[in-house]
Design a protein. Sequence first.
Length: 310
Amino acid sequence: MRAAVVRKFGGPEALEVVEVTTPEAGRGEVLVKVAGASVNFADVMVREGLNVKYGAVAQRDQYGLGADVAGTVAAIGEGVTQYAVGDRVVGTQERLDRELGTQAEYVLLKDWELAPAPAGTDLVQLAALGLNATTADQALDALALEPGQWLLVTGAAGGVGLYTLELARLRSLRVVAQAGAGDEELVRKAGAELFVSREEDLVPVVLALVPGGVDGVIDAANMAAGAADAVRHGGAFVSLLNSAPMARRQVRMTNLAWHTDGERLAKLAAFAGTGLLTLRVSQTFPLEEIAQAHRALAEGGLRGRLVLVP
């Protein structure tokens, strides 16, 4: 089978698509025939060797790429009872040191890394769901806000940001969204009640909109202290990029460690199947054009995920 890998760190030119042996499903494992696998900044970190540089993974000869996947079950291992060959599934995997990832013709995952794909959903579109929606939902859990409380989301028009807005609406939270001026209609449609342009000075504008400050912040734009000062005394702050500032004013600071959660993914996939979450794919690329996909990701401005199709 074909698989995208990194054997030498660098720019998009370092990406390779190689022929490897199709893995066999062992105990508790499911072999998935990939319909689509999204491209995320986690892949850029693998490609550039940042995970090795900062000690997140050990040095090895080859790294696979891809955290998200949607496809059909091709084989099951011993002990797998919730899936059968031919089932449509969606999955995520958080390991950044695997020799093979989801960006391949087939991927081998543990049964707990998968969830059923809702009937009627396009699997290529569904490949954009897992990592971003799971991150958003876990961040909202970490904030632990009550219905009616105020949430500020920075980078609200990004992949995680838009899912955060939709999920916050399902939790009856009131949302201030920060994004580019051209994204106001998009974020309001996704669930934002109030809007702050990225070109404005965030904290004073938010404090004018919500006197005393918001109850919580999900910082998807890595603004750190530039957003934390918009939180009320005793509120909560969640960073998605490990940049939560030092705690002050009794604000609870959290650096979110995203993790695979099959049960949560099943819930989120069901939401997508009923239209409560919007599947957004900006562009698809053949697996062999993975370098072009990375260049498109670097250009930014995407309002949907990039998905590789084997």
